[in-house]
Design a protein around this ligand. Structure first.
Ligand code: NAG
Ligand code: NAG
Ligand code: NAG
Length: 383
């Protein structure tokens, strides 16, 4: 926090307000001391400042137990994390009702600095195969508006790396997610109930979905992303809980999948509640050794946790795949497994060229009659 007296502080604020410049609050971070309280103190001062302000966590490595930063703030605020913040390795040392690092209800917030948020899931949680039931570990960004997350790395989260819930107009730029390919449940960004989001020029290497999309998401643009290892970019799973709101508008372009389980995936549960997934576009996608490059799975049912007798009632419409190229690691290059209860509508498949080293790649169509434009390898034979 700022090492200035209150009086001088007020005077400086007066000057800043006068000249329209931004105030800087340096977090008094010390090695081996929980940086949380110092960050919270700087936050309170910066958030109350009437001009734009910047909080700086300097270079270095600091432990951080759990922090919740809440707005609204009086003016735009930037948090520069230059150092590495390390979560307690043992989830038992954390309050399971709270996430690791929560930032919420702020307009015009920017997170930058080139620093790293290290969840230390690799120490105790991953070796236990994620068996601890409650894992209080996310960077949780809730109800942020007109905000940007730029040049930040999240490493070895105990659970989802980032959980975005609610808000409007949020951009991730040059964001990095890093965890081993076999780390359980470590989705890169799970994003739901937000209107207007961008994820661009970012790299995801993790043990679960690189990006997963929950209900109530409208207008998400993903571009310039590299995913792998990981489970791909997934809409859903949806349909399991009642009252889910539609997923409307997702545009994925100029993205690479390398050695992932899936590429472009949409998944819903069978025997489901009603739901809507519409306006989903995948364009200019490179696949390298991806097990299932294109997948619609409306019988998503991991560990047989459900009844497959009844179909999914999540309606999928207006989905397009254009210029998708590269290699599939299995023969199942294209799987369009739509629901017999609510068949997919308005599916368009443009140029596709997905090859399989061990023989011919194939496609599967169920309950869908896609419009074919351009040339498809493997061919799509949908009755
Ligand atoms: C972390 O995020 C996931 C995904 O949204 C959520 O299920 C989990 O409850 C969150 N963790 C906590 C402690 O809230
Ligand atoms: C979205 O947020 C960014 C960052 O604050 C801002 O520059 C941009 O104008 C906002 N866009 C809209 C449509 O409000
Ligand atoms: C598909 O890709 C393979 C490998 O890159 C290439 O040899 C082949 O000509 C392509 N086919 C089409 C129809 O573009």
């Amino acid at each position: 926090m700022a090492t200035i007296t209150y009086c001088a502080f007020t005077f400086i604020l007066f000057l800043l307000a006068h000249f329209g410049e931004s105030a800087t609050f340096n977090v008094a971070a010390k090695a081996n001391v929980d940086v949380g309280p110092a960050l919270l103190k700087a936050w309170k001062e910066a958030c109350a400042t009437k001009t734009a302000s910047t909080i700086v966590i300097p270079k270095g490595t600091y432990p951080m137990t759990q922090v919740v930063l809440i707005g609204p703030c009086k003016a735009p605020l930037e948090l520069q994390i230059m150092g590495t913040l390390k979560a307690p390795p043992n989830p038992k040392d954390m309050d399971i009702k709270k996430e690791w690092f929560t930032i919420r209800y702020i307009d015009h917030f920017t997170l930058t600095g080139g620093g790293t948020l290290d969840g230390q899931g690799n120490v105790i949680v991953y070796p236990a195969k994620g068996k601890s039931h409650k894992l209080p570990n996310n960077l949780s960004l809730n109800f942020l508006t007109n905000s940007v997350i730029r040049g930040i790395t999240t490493l070895n989260s105990k659970q989802f790396h980032v959980n975005v819930l609610g808000g409007k107009n949020l951009t991730f730029d040059h964001f990095t997610v890093k965890a081993p390919g076999d780390s359980p449940n470590t989705d890169g960004i799970h994003i739901a109930k937000i209107v207007g989001a961008v994820i661009k020029d970012s790299v995801f290497a993790t043990g679960d979905d690189c990006i997963s999309i929950g209900d109530g998401l409208e207008n998400l643009k993903i571009t310039g992303v590299t995913c792998g290892p990981g489970h791909g970019i997934s809409v859903g799973s949806l349909g399991r809980t009642p009252g889910e709101t539609p997923v409307k508008g997702m545009f994925v372009s100029n993205t690479k999948f390398i050695g992932t389980e899936n590429g472009a995936r949409i998944k819903t549960w069978p025997s489901s509640h009603h739901g809507v997934i519409t306006d989903i576009y995948f364009e200019n996608i490179d696949m390298k050794n991806v097990k299932n490059p294109i997948v619609i799975d409306q019988e998503y049912c991991p560990n047989n946790e459900c009844n497959k007798q009844k179909p999914s009632l999540v309606k999928i419409s207006k989905v397009s795949y254009k210029n998708i190229k590269g290699t599939s690691a299995t023969p199942d290059a294209v799987i369009l497994g739509c629901s017999k209860g609510v068949p997919c509508e308005g599916v368009e498949i443009g140029d596709i060229n997905l090859t399989f080293k061990g023989g011919a790649a194939k496609s599967v169509c169920k309950n869908v009659k896609p419009k074919l434009t351009g040339k498809q390898v493997p061919p799509l034979v949908c009755k």
